[in-house]
Design a protein around this ligand. Structure first.
Ligand code: SAM
Length: 221
């Protein structure tokens, strides 16, 4: 897969249609300075999420997997004054850094970064959310998807990130790779929830500076 070509096109698009944003740059810089892994969404993808939240006029957004708060900042840009973003993060250091980054970027936004394993913190939440972005440990993506059902209203949209990478693991039914087992489990979960009449879902392949990947999108019925 020619990631170099995807990167060049992402760079080209970024230069033309994404305004430089000092707070987003500072978030990435803080992440690097503190040794966080470089696994946040790209600027193009972050803006995609922001546009999705704006399109559905989301007021309550739930994110699972905060890291340094890069995607949280993008999502927070879409929220109205009375909006709210809750983001779940298991690493205490990441949670603290993300709080600082988000507060710097968007001081007036109601954002809560909850520290803890998302399988547990999800059970402390009450719906209804308008949008859910699942981007944490891939082994639990299917479980997060199932839990998101109880936390969303009809018409809400649930996104599950990284549903393709690495595609040869995805397509290997005998894979022993925990990441592969995790992302493969998302598909039967989507199918089951569709069969139950709870969602309609699809899966979009994405070619970006992050390589070849995918994003599953489910609308809550
Ligand atoms: N959404 C972020 C962004 O684009 O800026 C990137 C999130 S990163 C891919 C995944 C995050 O999920 C990491 O910060 C990791 O610490 C966190 N994580 C891993 N396991 C978790 C768990 N069980 N509960 C909550 N967060 C978890």
């Amino acid at each position: 897969i020619p990631t170099e070509a995807f990167t060049q096109v992402d760079n080209f698009s970024e230069q033309h249609i994404i305004k430089p944003d000092a707070a987003l740059d500072k978030c990435m810089q803080n992440a690097a300075n503190n040794g966080l892994p470089d696994i946040s969404v790209s600027a193009i993808q972050g803006k995609f999420l922001m546009i999705q939240a704006k399109m559905m006029r989301a007021k309550r957004v739930l994110e699972i997997g905060t890291l340094a708060g890069y995607s949280s900042i993008w999502l927070s840009k879409a929220l109205p004054a009375d909006g709210e973003l809750i983001s779940l993060e298991s690493n205490e250091k990441f949670a603290q850094l993300s709080r600082e980054n988000i507060a710097y970027a968007n001081p007036s936004c109601r954002v809560e970064v909850k520290h803890g394993a998302a399988l547990e913190t999800l059970d402390t939440l009450q719906g209804a959310f308008d949008m859910v972005f699942i981007d944490a440990d891939k082994m639990n993506s299917a479980a997060y998807l199932r839990k998101a059902i109880d936390l969303t209203r009809p018409g809400a949209v649930i996104y599950v990130d990284n549903t393709v990478r690495n595609y040869n693991i995805l397509l290997d039914e005998h894979t022993q790779d925990p990441y592969g087992i995790g992302i493969r489990a998302v598909y039967p979960a989507l199918q089951q929830l569709q069969d139950q009449g709870l969602i309609e879902a699809t899966n979009i392949q994405i070619c970006s500076s992050k390589g070849h990947d995918g994003l599953a999108i489910a609308v809550r019925l």
